[in-house]
Design a binder for this molecule. Structure first.
Ligand code: DQA
Length: 149
């Protein structure tokens, strides 16, 4: 009997621990705990098993990605500002070899030019930005389809 591949790691990067203190006009004013609670509900509805991770240390984010193949079948990655410059994180995601979706709460295409650049280009199934928390629901739906969950 094969186990169902339904574990989705939801990774948040730098400054997400203080999400409720960031510009509410851009990020919606909710806390990471509130966001994760919403994601948890959507994941369960789709038959997915979410696991959550957040760190402000780039090396810890990389090390979590090293462990990803043991921990999860797929990933949702919102690496915050690292998205725009951390080749180390991109390399680690590539090595992890799990289907991944990049999500951003804000519309990174409509802000400063440097936010349009993503190190995850070509590594992720999709990049979803500017949809607030609903972007995570969309990412979960995409991954549920991918995993056949
Ligand atoms: C973000 C967008 C990034 O540009 C920014 O640095 C963040 C949050 C988002 O979710 O909109 O920290 O990833």
């Amino acid at each position: 009997m094969t186990a169902t591949a339904n574990r989705v790691a939801v990774l948040h990067g730098v400054n997400f621990d203080i999400l409720e203190r960031r510009d509410a006009g851009v990020y919606g004013g909710l806390s990471l705990a509130q966001l994760e609670h919403e994601i948890e509900g959507w994941a369960r509805e789709l038959g997915l098993e979410p696991i959550f991770f957040q760190t402000n240390a780039e090396g810890e984010f990389v090390e979590y990605l090293h462990r990803l193949p043991d921990l999860a079948d797929a990933a949702i990655v919102n690496a915050g500002a690292w998205t725009h410059y951390s080749r180390a994180i991109a390399d680690a995601l590539d090595v992890a070899g799990r289907p991944a979706v990049e999500v951003h709460l804000s519309d990174v295409e409509a802000r400063e030019d440097w936010r349009r650049v993503s190190v995850f280009d070509g590594l992720v199934l999709a990049k979803i930005s500017g949809k607030g928390p609903d972007g995570y629901r969309e990412a979960l739906e995409l991954l549920a389809g991918e995993l056949g969950a």
